[in-house]
Design a protein around this ligand. Structure first.
Ligand code: G6D
Length: 349
């Protein structure tokens, strides 16, 4: 187990990058800026270590980061319709950073904040504890919020993210991480051939602005049924309206059935890599980078559509305006806790 810390100067800002390495050579690199995961090196079926997440070649690009690559997202991941919500009869207005709507906590959200980072290491694990104080009223959200995120790498090639938060006023909170996974290794291929399995029989319908309509739709007989595994490209070629509103792919919240411990599996046949996701969250936004940002070069190549798969485990901001969705309400002094583990392995083929 090993942690390396490097001081960086990016456009005059002083950042740090922490590189975690386990005893099998798996590597995860993380910035204090946005808690951004810049690199994850895992072995393919032949033991070759390659990068499996999308990241920028030049770190200045993270100051803009239109795709939220690798970043912690909050206070509320996802979209809040009309950039407002009501709590106990009071209406709160948030910055509308996507048309009339509020996306991913606004600017600067968690993804553009400098987190205080404390590394930790023992024989079993290596990791970082990241803390952030978000003051009452920041981006319109009520309550002084103290966030603690823990990134932990273990020797079974698991990477666990825990999120803890507490606010001195009733507020809304659902945090996530916005890494774009690509198991081909060093972005050799896009993700269209990746086979995805989701423990989910229902997803949330979106309107043309990607705002939940309030309807929860059965996946039966649609290309949203991933219960028995499905290639991502089915969503690209589909003429189903929900794939079209997402610009020929997926950008939807799937509600987990919790019929087994593993909520999601991603498999790349060529490399043999397999990613399993275990989470305590009620669902996940699966985004297939249909609107991949083209402005900045990536570590390994030029940008292109469908280069990364996002699995944003979280509750649903649709709960702010509709009944029947996993709630994002956090009561005064209530302890927010969320945990997601990404297990990187290889198949036996
Ligand atoms: C696009 O609609 C998608 C979002 O879901 C995603 O989080 C963002 O790009 C990075 O706006």
């Amino acid at each position: 187990m090993n942690i390396q810390t490097e001081a960086l100067t990016v456009s005059g800002q002083q950042w740090k990058e922490f590189t975690l390495t386990n005893d099998h050579g798996m590597v995860v690199s993380i910035l204090d800026f946005g808690g951004i995961i810049t690199k994850v090196l895992t072995p393919d079926r032949d033991g070759k270590l390659e990068n499996v997440v999308v990241g920028f070649e030049n770190y200045e690009a993270y100051l803009d980061n239109p795709g939220y690559f690798g970043a912690l997202i909050g206070r509320v991941a996802g979209r809040i319709a009309n950039s407002e919500f009501e709590l106990d009869g009071k209406t709160y207005s948030l910055p509308n950073n996507e048309g009339v709507n509020h996306l991913h906590g606004g600017e600067p959200g968690f993804h553009k904040s400098i987190w205080t980072v404390v590394p930790f290491e023992n024989n079993e694990e290596v990791g970082l504890t990241l803390t952030l104080n978000s003051p009452d009223g920041e981006n319109g959200y009520p309550g002084n919020l103290r966030m603690t995120v823990t990134y932990t790498l273990t020797n079974d090639n698991s990477f666990t993210i825990t999120y803890e938060g507490v606010s001195d006023q009733k507020t809304v909170l659902t945090a996530t991480n916005h890494s774009y996974f690509n198991l081909s290794g060093n972005l050799k291929e896009d993700i269209q051939e990746h086979v995805i399995t989701l423990d989910s029989s229902k997803f949330v319908e979106l309107d043309d602005a990607l705002i939940p309509t309030g309807a929860i739709v059965d996946v039966d007989d649609t290309v949203f049924d991933f219960r028995n595994g499905r290639q991502m490209k089915d969503g690209v070629t589909s003429e189903y309206k929900q794939n079209l509103v997402a610009n020929h792919g997926y950008d939807h919240y799937f509600l987990f059935d919790h019929s087994n411990d593993v909520s999601a599996i991603v498999h790349d046949e060529k490399s043999g890599r397999e990613l399993k996701v275990i989470t305590d969250q009620p669902g996940v936004v699966m985004y297939t980078s249909n609107n991949f940002p083209m402005a900045y070069p990536l570590t390994e190549r030029q940008p292109a559509q469908y280069l990364g798969l996002c699995l944003e485990t979280q509750a649903s901001p649709a709960s702010i305006h509709h009944d029947g969705f996993p709630s994002v309400i956090l009561e005064k002094d209530e302890k927010y806790f969320a945990k997601t583990t990404f297990i990187f392995g290889v198949d036996n083929n």
